[in-house]
Design a protein around this ligand. Structure first.
Ligand code: SF4
Length: 299
């Protein structure tokens, strides 16, 4: 595929020939998948009771130093599959009862994912397609997904570029994430649910709070509400889990405190936000991180 020969699928703009070498995302021009299974811990209208048909793609274009899925983003664990196999996985997840097909870190694989999803739809796939991304996207790549994706599930991680550079080596993160969100909203619009309350179309923006960054978190929440009011959902997450020790950024060695989290939730409520998901109970544990080792794919 030509696009892989000079890759500009994401803001890294590597312009590298991925038929020969991987770019910053770590993957070449083949689909690589680490895990595909029903997942029950997404937001309620995504997982429902039957689960979300989650497909974890290997590689990632955002290089967060605190990555919670290190095995697939950096160690690049995964199995090479064809577009036909991706279609089969989607069909089999629907047969298992999945409420949707949930594409996790899909960006470096977009052209082949589009082929695979089209094939799956030809073979009878009917459930919505969810695009679950770090938010570090170009508008052009999101435009390629128009008519393919039904639900966007982007992160917005940072407002201040200094944090994006320090923690994810990503220049202009907010600029790219906010422009991508605008295009996503143009495509799928306001949320639509089926009778069981499962989302069929719409946007849920996720914000993973980081310890010590509450002012930045507030700026993101305010931006989202100022620009989208209650036409999108906001998922405010406190599940950050420190998986290693940081010498330079010691705040990342902590979990988010309940005081910090409550302060952000109260801030959102005071703004008037009604369409939000919050997390309750003990979510800050490695046991919530999926296992990617030796996974059988549903083929
Ligand atoms: S998808 Fe990968 S190779 Fe392409 S621009 Fe982004 S990081 Fe670079």
């Amino acid at each position: 595929m030509n696009i892989y020969k000079k890759c500009n699928l994401c803001p890294r703009n590597c312009l590298i020939d991925r038929t020969i070498n991987p770019g910053v995302c770590g993957v070449k021009d083949k689909l690589v998948v680490a895990r595909a299974s029903l997942h029950y811990w997404e937001e309620p209208p995504i997982s429902g009771e039957d689960g979300s048909g989650t497909i974890f793609f290997t590689g990632c274009n955002l290089k967060c130093i605190f990555c919670q899925n290190y095995d697939i983003s950096t160690k690049l664990i995964g199995k090479e599959i064809t577009t036909e196999e991706l279609a089969t996985i989607c069909i089999n997840l629907e047969k298992k009862g999945a409420n949707n097909i949930n594409l996790v870190t899909p960006t470096p694989h977009v052209p082949l994912i589009i082929e695979g999803i089209k094939l799956a739809k030809e073979k009878g796939l009917t459930i919505p397609i969810v695009y679950n991304t770090s938010g570090y996207e170009t508008v052009d790549t999101i435009k390629m997904l128009n008519g393919i994706v039904d639900i966007y599930l982007p992160d917005i991680k940072y407002y201040d570029d200094n944090y994006a550079i320090k923690y994810s080596h990503a220049k202009d993160y907010f600029k790219y994430a906010s422009l991508a969100l605008k295009e996503m909203y143009k495509q799928v619009g306001n949320p639509v649910f089926n009778e069981e309350g499962i989302m069929q179309k719409g946007i849920i923006v996720r914000h993973l709070m980081l310890p010590g960054l509450i002012d930045d978190s507030k700026k993101i929440i305010k931006y989202l509400y100022d620009n989208y009011q209650d036409n999108i959902y906001i998922s405010i997450m406190n599940q950050y889990t420190p998986l290693r020790t940081f010498k330079n950024y010691t705040n990342l060695n902590n979990k988010v405190t309940s005081d910090e989290y409550d302060e952000l939730i109260n801030y959102a409520l005071d703004l008037g936000i009604k369409k939000a998901f919050i997390q309750e109970g003990e979510t800050q544990s490695e046991s919530f991180i999926p296992n990617f080792l030796n996974q059988e794919l549903p083929l």
